[in-house]
Design a protein around this ligand. Structure first.
Ligand code: SF4
Ligand code: SF4
Length: 128
């Protein structure tokens, strides 16, 4: 799949908040801006939020990894809903197609998402 197609698919992508991608693990990379935004929304100071939820990426101090990803620390496990939907990390906003285009997830991760699978099926059938 080429990048323009993946970007087109992402532009039409509508997450139904099923939570399936939030339980399978994988590296959840947050930028400094992600951390600022989410910490502010959850009423943490920056360092307090990092201490509670994240690990610093040793090679790049501007990036952080979510410590608990199976399931994600920000998933409401009872209702299977993201608790930070309105301020969630860019990686989650770009999942599945643009994240895949950037090489930040593999095709198995894309196929975890039922909405993405349906869109790909429709694309292959020429429906979309
Ligand atoms: S931040 Fe939200 S959308 Fe992203 S993996 Fe965690 S629970 Fe899912
Ligand atoms: S698997 Fe797809 S539809 Fe479900 S929460 Fe993740 S992105 Fe949204």
């Amino acid at each position: 799949m080429d990048v323009p197609l993946l970007e087109k698919l992402q532009s039409k992508f509508e997450c139904n908040q099923c939570g399936q991608c939030c339980v399978v693990g994988g590296d959840m990379l947050l930028s400094h801006d992600d951390v600022l935004r989410i910490a502010s929304d959850l009423n943490y100071d920056f360092d307090g939020f990092v201490d509670c939820y994240l690990e610093r990426v040793p090679a790049d101090p501007d990036y952080f990894l979510v410590r608990d990803v199976m399931p994600c620390a920000f998933l409401d496990k009872l209702h299977m809903r993201c608790q930070i939907q309105s301020c969630k990390p860019l990686a989650c906003r770009d999942y599945p197609f643009v994240l895949y285009a950037r090489g930040e997830c593999n095709i198995d991760a894309v196929l975890t998402c039922p909405v993405a699978v349906k869109m790909l099926e429709d694309h292959l059938k020429g429906v979309e």
